[in-house]
Design a protein around this ligand. Structure first.
Ligand SMILES: Nc1ncnc2c1ncn2[C@@H]1O[C@H](COP(=O)(O)OP(=O)(O)OP(=O)(O)O)[C@@H](O)[C@H]1O
Length: 230
């Protein structure tokens, strides 16, 4: 379970999140929507300690994130908005191996994780490909594989469809669907609720750093239209 308890956060004393409380259950598929600047990315970055609350707490499976960053980062995988900014190596295999290598695993365990993560995103046998030669959709899937290689219980994705063409969106979407089916909790921020409405268990709508909708996809879709937050 990822828990936000009365979290407040500001940049340079400008408040962004205010008294925000939220619980995401293990295995849930939660979609986060809201206008530009409503605080979605800021919220997501608290899930694995990239940002620390000014007040309040964020807990992952009961442990405050800032008390055990390694545990939080192994449990919560993060896929950023522009996958290109996330890559640390020139080839697919080396990039996906980077996280497990930092866990100090032995080579065969690392290789197994890389193979499984690439299989999960339909990129098996592409380990030697150079990242710069991949399409946008393939890069998005490699970024997801990099997070999966840490065997996270939760996957947090910030606008994973941005800049992708239709086939690539479909492909990322179907990967997320199968991960969710296999029990990975997913928290995904998007501008386009339609894209993932049928995958979501629950939709959270934000405005001005606060949660104003927390409902089933059907109800939330209607509320988003009414509140003009999409
Ligand atoms: N590094 C930063 N320094 C100062 N202000 C920031 C920083 N990052 C975000 N902000 C501000 O915090 C507010 C929330 O931004 P955030 O990126 O969390 O919103 P968002 O809902 O993810 O927006 P978008 O949909 O455009 O990505 C905005 O007013 C933004 O300008």
């Amino acid at each position: 379970m990822i828990e936000f308890n009365s979290v407040a956060y500001g940049f340079d004393d400008v408040p962004v999140l205010e008294d925000l409380s939220l619980t995401i259950e293990t295995g849930e598929f939660v979609v986060l929507v809201g206008p530009n600047g409503s605080g979605k990315t800021t919220l997501l970055r608290h899930c694995n300690g990239l940002l620390t609350p000014d007040s309040g707490t964020v807990l992952v499976d009961g442990t405050p994130v800032d008390e055990d960053l390694i545990a939080a980062r192994s449990t919560v995988g993060m896929v950023f908005q522009h996958p290109r900014d996330q890559f640390v190596a020139a080839t697919v295999g080396a990039d996906v191996a980077f996280g497990p290598e930092n866990l100090g695993l032995d080579r065969s365990a690392i290789d197994n994780r890389v193979t499984a993560a690439l299989e999960a995103v339909n990129m098996a046998d592409r380990e030697d490909d150079r990242i710069e030669t991949l399409s946008g959709g393939e890069q998005a899937r490699v970024a997801i594989a990099g997070a999966l290689a840490m065997k996270p219980l939760y996957l947090v994705l910030d606008e994973p469809f941005t800049g992708l063409d239709t086939p690539a969106r479909r492909s990322v979407r179907s990967r997320l669907e199968s991960l969710s089916d296999r029990g990975t909790g997913i928290l995904l921020a998007t501008h386009d609720l339609r894209e993932v409405r049928d995958l979501a268990d629950r939709v959270i709508g934000m405005r001005d750093g606060q949660i104003i909708i927390d409902d089933t996809p059907e109800q939330a879709f209607a509320d988003c239209a009414e509140l003009a937050i999409l």
